[in-house]
Design a protein around this ligand. Structure first.
Ligand SMILES: [Zn+2]
Length: 153
């Protein structure tokens, strides 16, 4: 988990730097860090939904076993669709273009990185795909589930 977060932070800073150079605006780096790094804060939504507010544990939170135990992967901010929305907003509202493009590019990097490192079936990081599958963890075939299958064989 920590290595993945370092990867997310690095990619966020890279995405922010690219947009900062293009638009000459260093503030966009903060937007890139927001969508490419801090977005993983939405794991709290799934964790608290599973556990409630009592007995929360950082170890359990970072372990991620609550996805298996709850059987759901909601992650409300993880969705390629948001990249498209940010890009459309960037196209329409030129004053917001640098910030929106930083959000879009950094989130896109985050979701591609998550797809490559978690090895789910490919559309899993579409919020619509997960919603159509009722956020059922068993439909997405993450690597932790694949490892469990190998152990149980
Ligand atoms: Zn993520």
């Amino acid at each position: 988990m920590y290595k993945e977060e370092l990867g997310h932070l690095t990619l966020s800073l890279f995405a922010g730097a690219v947009i900062a150079v293009i638009f000459g605006n260093l503030w966009v780096i903060a937007w890139a860090v927001l969508s490419g790094f801090l977005i993983d804060g939405d794991h709290l939504f799934d964790y608290i939904r599973y556990k409630g507010l009592n007995g929360l544990s950082l170890k359990e939170f970072f372990g991620g076993s609550y996805f298996d135990q709850s059987g759901k992967v909601i992650l409300p901010l993880h969705g390629f669709e948001y990249c498209l929305i940010f890009a459309v907003v960037a196209y329409i509202f030129t004053d917001w273009r640098p910030a929106m493009l930083a959000l879009a590019l950094s989130l896109f990097f985050h979701l591609v990185f998550d797809t490559l490192t978690n090895h789910p079936i490919w559309p899993t990081y579409s919020i619509l795909f997960r919603a159509f599958n009722r956020f059922d963890h068993h439909k997405f075939d993450f690597k932790s589930r694949q490892a469990n299958k190998l152990v149980s064989k």
